[in-house]
Design a protein around this ligand. Structure first.
Ligand code: IPE
Ligand code: IPE
Ligand code: MG
Length: 241
C-alpha cells in the first residue's frame, strides 16, 4: 500500500518539477474532531504527513520545501494549544535530525522572534543548525511566520541608500527567504481557499492548489496529485502563450 505512489511517478515530467513548493498544512483540528480526539492529537498526526512529503521531495530531488507550521496569528489560539504546538515542534525536530542528516537536508526557520522565549528560540535554532553542513534539499519551517510582518521587517532593514535602488527583483533579498526562488506551487490542505498571510510577496506568481484532504491524511499520493495538477497549468506571468 505504502509503495502505491511509485506507480504514479511515471506520470510526472521530471524536467518540469517545481523548484520550490510551499505548503499550508491545514485541517489538523478538523481531523482530530473527526476522530473524537483533542486538537493536539491532530497536530501530532500531521507530523507524519510532513515526513511523507519530505521523503517524496528527496526522491524527486525537489530543491526547496516550505512548511507553514505556525503563523503570527496562531498566538490567538487557546494557551494550551499554543504551548502544545511549540512543544511538538521542538520534539519532532530533535527526533528527525538523524534522518534529515542522512538525507542531506538543510533545515532552517523562517519567521519572527516576537513572543518567543529566547531560550526556546536558541534551542530550536541550534537543533536546526545540526543540518547546516548538508547540501541537498532545503526545508524551511515557517514558524511564527507572517507575510506582512516579513515585509515590514524587510523594510526596517533597508538603509537610505538601498531604497533608491530597490526593485521588485531585489526586494526579495531582504526577506526571510533571501536568496531562494519564489514558490512555484503552493499547496493548501483542508479546502480553505486563502493564503492566511503565507509568503505574500513570494506568492505573486505561484500556482495554488487546494485539496479537501485534511493535513494528517495528506501523503505521497496526495503530493503527486498536486504536482500533476501543477504540470497541467499554463503559467503565463501576464504574457501570452
Ligand atoms: C493547521 O491545522 C495547523 C496550524 C494552524 C498550526 P488547524 O489547527 O488550523 O486545523 P483546523 O483548521 O482547525 O482544522
Ligand atoms: C494557516 O492555517 C496557518 C498554518 C497552517 C500554520 P490557519 O488555520 O491558522 O488559517 P485560517 O485561520 O483558517 O485562515
Ligand atoms: Mg486551520
Amino acid at each position: 500500500m505504502a509503495k502505491d505512489y511509485k506507480k504514479l511517478l511515471p506520470s510526472l515530467d521530471m524536467s518540469r518539477l517545481p523548484r520550490h513548493v510551499g505548503i499550508i498544512m491545514d485541517g489538523n483540528g478538523r481531523w482530530a474532531k473527526q476522530h473524537n480526539r483533542p486538537r493536539l492529537y491532530g497536530h501530532s498526526a500531521g507530523a507524519k504527513s510532513i515526513r511523507q512529503v519530505v521523503e517524496l521531495g528527496v526522491e524527486l530531488k525537489l530543491q526547496y520545501l516550505t512548511f507553514y507550521a505556525f503563523s503570527t496569528e496562531n498566538w490567538s489560539r487557546p494557551e494550551d494549544e499554543v504551548r502544545g504546538l511549540l512543544k511538538l515542534l521542538r520534539e519532532r525536530l530533535i527526533k528527525e535530525i538523524p534522518e534529515l542528516n542522512q538525507q542531506n537536508i538543510y533545515v532552517q526557520f523562517i519567521g519572527s522572534e516576537i513572543h518567543l522565549e529566547p531560550e526556546y528560540l536558541a534551542e530550536i535554532r541550534a537543533v536546526a543548525a545540526k543540518t547546516h553542513q548538508n547540501t541537498g534539499m532545503v526545508v524551511n519551517i515557517a514558524f511564527n511566520y507572517g507575510g506582512r510582518l516579513e515585509i515590514i521587517e524587510a523594510i526596517k532593514k533597508l538603509k537610505p541608500e538601498d531604497i533608491a535602488s530597490l526593485t521588485p527583483d531585489n526586494f526579495g533579498h531582504y526577506l526571510w527567504t533571501k536568496e531562494q526562488p519564489d514558490p512555484d506551487l503552493i499547496i493548501r490542505s483542508s479546502g480553505e481557499k486563502r493564503l492566511s498571510n503565507f509568503l505574500l510577496w513570494q506568492a505573486a506568481y505561484s500556482e495554488i492548489y487546494v485539496t479537501e484532504t485534511l493535513w494528517p491524511d495528506f501523503d505521497k499520493i496526495e503530493m503527486i496529485k498536486a504536482l500533476q495538477e501543477f504540470q497541467s497549468r499554463n503559467r503565463r506571468y501576464g504574457g501570452l502563450n
